[in-house]
Design a binder for this molecule. Structure first.
Ligand code: ADP
Ligand code: ZN
Length: 218
């Protein structure tokens, strides 16, 4: 089974996606994580992606699609995958349909996690990441035991370049520009699942994950 996660940056789709992937025994594929891995290892791909990522812009389709295509070949994808952060453009959505068709598979569900933008801006601004292991903290809701130090590995916590307010706003703008097209694409395919989440709706990423699993198992 292949599940696509739609939803703005900071909507909690990463957290929900990891839970769903684990429970349904699917691979969890985050294109953002794949790019960051490439950045860390200073690959050519990483160097190319960095200039876009630091500004909150999308990495060009060609580069992103090629990277995802490679990832889909790995053994852990045999059962299917939760795709977190891909597709983000209409071109990517169509190419995903084609790639999966070649594997005799399809997108079975597109999960749109809908959180009000003002909640999102605040959430991302409060995020800190570990330089060592990548663990994510929220200075308000899930702070580390010692400020600025990772509970898991003792690494230094920092605010990612793309978590700074100006960049967050640009990421949300970039997201909005493509969201409608993607939502339509999956709505037309009859596989869109809308989940309202966030403080206002009193629904966490965990709640969303469990709701989706119940729906799938029904
Ligand atoms: P977010 O917190 O926005 O969900 P991600 O970790 O998914 O962030 O992605 C970080 C950055 O990686 C994006 O801002 C973008 O530059 C790049 N990126 C990730 N996925 C894609 C994609 N499918 N197409 C183009 N760029 C992408
Ligand atoms: Zn750490």
């Amino acid at each position: 089974m292949f599940i696509v996660l739609l939803g703005a940056p900071g909507s909690g789709k990463g957290t929900a996606g990891k839970i769903i992937a684990e429970d349904l025994k699917l691979a969890h594929i985050s294109t953002g994580d794949l790019f960051r891995e490439n950045l860390k290892n200073e690959t050519e791909l990483g160097k190319e992606a960095k200039q876009y990522m630091d500004k909150g812009e999308l990495v060009p389709d060609e580069v992103t699609i090629k990277m995802l295509k490679e990832r889909l070949k790995a053994n852990d994808v045999a059962n299917g995958a939760v795709l977190d952060g891909f597709p983000r453009t209409g071109v990517q959505a169509i190419s995903l349909d084609n790639m999966l068709a070649e594997m005799d598979a399809k997108v079975d569900m597109a999960l749109n996690i809908d959180v009000p933008f003002d909640e999102i801006v605040e959430r991302i601004a409060n995020r800190r990441s570990c330089r060592g292991c990548g663990e994510i903290y929220n200075v308000v809701f899930s702070p580390s035991k010692v400020e600025g130090v990772c509970d898991k590995c003792g690494g230094e916590l920092y605010q990612r370049e793309d978590q700074k307010p100006e960049v967050v706003e640009n990421r949300l703008k970039v997201y909005s520009e493509s969201a409608e097209e993607l939502i339509k694409h999956y709505e037309n395919a009859g596989i869109l699942y809308n989940a309202k989440a966030g403080d206002k709706h009193k629904k966490t990423s965990y709640d969303v994950a469990k709701e989706v699993e119940a729906y799938i198992n029904k």
